[in-house]
Design a protein. Sequence first.
Length: 480
Amino acid sequence: METLMRFFFGIKKTEKRPKKMSGLWFLVILCFIFHPSSLIPSAYAAFEDTGLSARLRGMGDSATALDDANGALLNPAIPGSTRKLETGAHFEAGTRSSLGPLDFDSYAAGAAIPRMAYGKLGTMSILGRYRALGADLKEKMFSLGWATWQFRKAGAGALDLGAGLKFMQLSSVRSGDSKMALGLDLGALWRADTKHNFGLSLLNVNSPSFREGALKDKAPFSARLGVAEKTEDYTLTLDVANRSGAGGYKGNFSVNSGFEYLWRTYRYGIFSSRAGLSLAPNASFVSLGAGYRRPASEISYSLLVPLTGTITPGHVLSLSIRFGDKDSGSEYEKLVRQEIKYRKDLMEALDESARRESILRDELSDLKNETALLNAGLKAAREQKAEVTQAREKLEAIVERQRRAEAELRSLEEKRNNDKLNQLRFDFSGDWAAYLKMRSGGAPKESLKGVLQRIVGRYQGAGIDISQATVELQGLLQQQ
C-alpha cells in the first residue's frame, strides 16, 4: 500500500526516527504514551476536519463550541450568533492535518450573512477554499451553510442547529484525474448561559469518495463534541473528535484544547494571546497565536509546531472585517463601569473639597468675630499707648491669618471649578463617543442632528471646548 501511494502521489518515504525537540520533550513523551504508533509513511488526506482561521488553529482546533463565524467547517451551527455581516480571508502554510503529516498551502475566504427566513433569525455562511496538497494534489471547496439563532429556548439556555453543503473537487496534476463530490455537515450548539457552550457536529456525513483513475481518496467522516467557557477576559475550549481513515491514514481519536486571553485597552483596541494543544496519533501539535482587534476588524497569526514526526512549523494568517461588533454590548458595559468609577472618584474629591471649604469658612467667621472684639478693645484702650500698640500687632497677625485663609479659600474654589470643568469635559467626551458610535452604525442624519443639537445645547457656554460637535452640526445643517 505504501508503494502504491508513493507511485500515485509522488510521496517520498520519510524516516521513522522523530527529530529531537528541546523545551517540549515532555509533551512529545506524553503524545507517545497516548499514541505509541506515532510515525507512519507519508500520505495525503483531503477535506479533513481542521480549523480555518488563525484563531481556531491557534487554539488547537478546539472550536466545536466556540462562538466564531469562521468555525462553520467544524460545526455548521456556530455562525448563528453572528448578527452583523462578517467577512474574512485566511492563508495557511501547514504541515499537519487532523489525520497526520500534510504539507499544504491553503487560501480561503468566507462571509457570514445574518438573514430572516420563515419568521426566524439565522445566518447564512459562504466559504471558498483552495489547497495545494504537496506538488500533485489540488483541492477546491465551496460551502453553503445555514445556522439558526435561538431555535429553541429553555430557561437561560438556547439551542441552535446548522447544516452545510460542500461542493468539493480533488484533482491530480500528474495524472490529470479529477473528481467532484458533495459533502454534508450537520451541527448543534447549546448555549447553556452567557458563559458556557456545548457543541456537537457530524462532518462529511456521507463520506464523499474521490475515486477516479489514480485518485483513491475520500473525505473522512468526523464526529466532534466540544465545550467552551467564555468570560470577559478569557476563553477556554475543549474538544474530542473521532474520525474515519482517509488518504492512506487510519482513523483516529483526538483531544483538542485551547486558551485565549484578551488584553483590553481603552483607546487602541483589544490584543489577544492564544495557545492550543491537539493530541492524536501522528497528528499532535502545539500552537501559539496572537491577534489584534478593533470594533470593525481583526488580524490574527498562529504558529503550529508538530509534536511527532518531522518538526516543521506551520503558519496561519487571518484578516476579518466585521460590519458591526456583536460584543459591543459588553464593551459598552465595561466603559460604563469605568465611567461610574471615575464619577465616584470625582464626587469623593468634590466632597472633600466642600468639607475643607466648610472648615475654612468656620475659621474665617471666628477670626472675624475675634477681630471685632479686638477693635472694640482697641477703641476702649486708645489712651493707653502700650496696650494699643500690642493690640494693633495682634490685629495685624490676625489679619495676616485671615488673608492666608481667604487665599486658600480662593484656591479651593478654583480647584472645585476646575473639577467641575473636568467633569463636563468627561461627560462631553462620553456623549461625543456615543454620537460617533451612532454615526458609524449608520444612524439617520435627522437622529444625528438631534443628538448634536442636544449636545451643543447642553455644553454651550459651559466653558469647555465643544468645537468638534459644533463643526459636525454645521456640516449636517449645510448638507440639508
